[in-house]
Ligand binder design. Structure first.
Ligand code: ZN
Ligand code: FE
Length: 255
């Protein structure tokens, strides 16, 4: 049975997620940007946390953890590669590892690029992947530690998942991402339609996260570095997609 997934807005533009198994009562928190909104959501639903899954070491993904585990003594899971700079981990994971939440398998992907050691958590039975600051809605994380080739390889791994996968990413950056995306892929009708929907959602105060992988593949320029129209628009027809990705990432940094 798929897990119930809840999106929790935190800080000014972060998202945390709960994944809850109604049968066993097991509940995982994915990232801990802020204590209070997460405790409130758990209280409102009467859920007890059993697991916390950390994606990467940045403060806006971990700073709420101490206050949360003080109330919910859950098992904290994160990347072995980042154990030295994450809060205390009860379980260290790496690419290819599997564990279970309420009987549902969780697969670990190394998605380095934004940071080296950033992981994503894929729940195939729930059709959901928790990507934080790797693949984002219409965007991807800035390259603070890794390089463009690493991030492109990470995005290709995520793009290989089924189109109906829910992409649960870490920030509400989608509206500005859409404005940028239209500068590199201006004639893409799916992107134009999505940009209009995003404007409407934000005007109504609705989150644009999560999104679906199929929609990201159709509209997110960072997943479309191999797209002929984008390559032509950038004057890079036939170029290596990793190089095209690097050009798009550089343009976004300057946007
Ligand atoms: Zn980050
Ligand atoms: Fe972040």
């Amino acid at each position: 049975m798929p897990l119930e997934i809840v999106t929790i807005p935190c800080l000014s533009d972060n998202y945390a997620f709960l994944a809850h198994d109604p049968a066993s009562g097991e509940t995982a928190l994915i990232d801990a940007p802020e204590t209070d909104p997460i405790l409130s959501e758990l209280d409102a639903r009467g859920w007890r946390l059993t697991h916390v899954l950390l994606t990467h070491h940045h403060w806006d993904h971990v700073d709420g953890l101490a206050g949360i585990v003080a109330r919910h003594p859950a098992k904290v899971i994160g990347a072995a590669a980042d154990a030295h700079r994450l809060p205390h981990l009860d379980m260290q994971v790496a690419e290819g590892d599997r564990f279970e939440i309420g009987g549902e398998p969780v697969e670990v992907f190394d998605v380095s690029g934004h940071t080296v050691g950033h992981v994503a958590y894929y729940m195939p039975q729930s059709h959901a992947v928790f990507t934080a600051d790797s693949l984002m809605a219409l965007g991807c994380g800035r390259l603070f530690e890794g390089n463009a080739a690493q991030m492109w390889a990470s995005l290709c791994k995520l793009a290989a998942l089924p189109d109906d996968t829910l992409v649960c990413s870490g920030h509400e950056y989608t509206q500005s991402n859409a404005r940028f995306a239209l500068t590199v892929d201006p004639d893409n009708p799916d992107l134009r339609g999505r940009a209009a929907e995003i404007d409407a959602a934000r005007a109504a105060g609705r989150p644009t996260v999560p999104s679906s992988l199929g929609l990201e593949k159709a509209t997110n320029p960072f997943l479309r570095a191999d797209n002929p129209a984008i390559q032509a628009h950038l004057g890079m027809a036939g170029a290596d997609p990793a190089q095209v990705f690097s050009e798009i990432r550089g343009r976004k940094d300057r946007f």
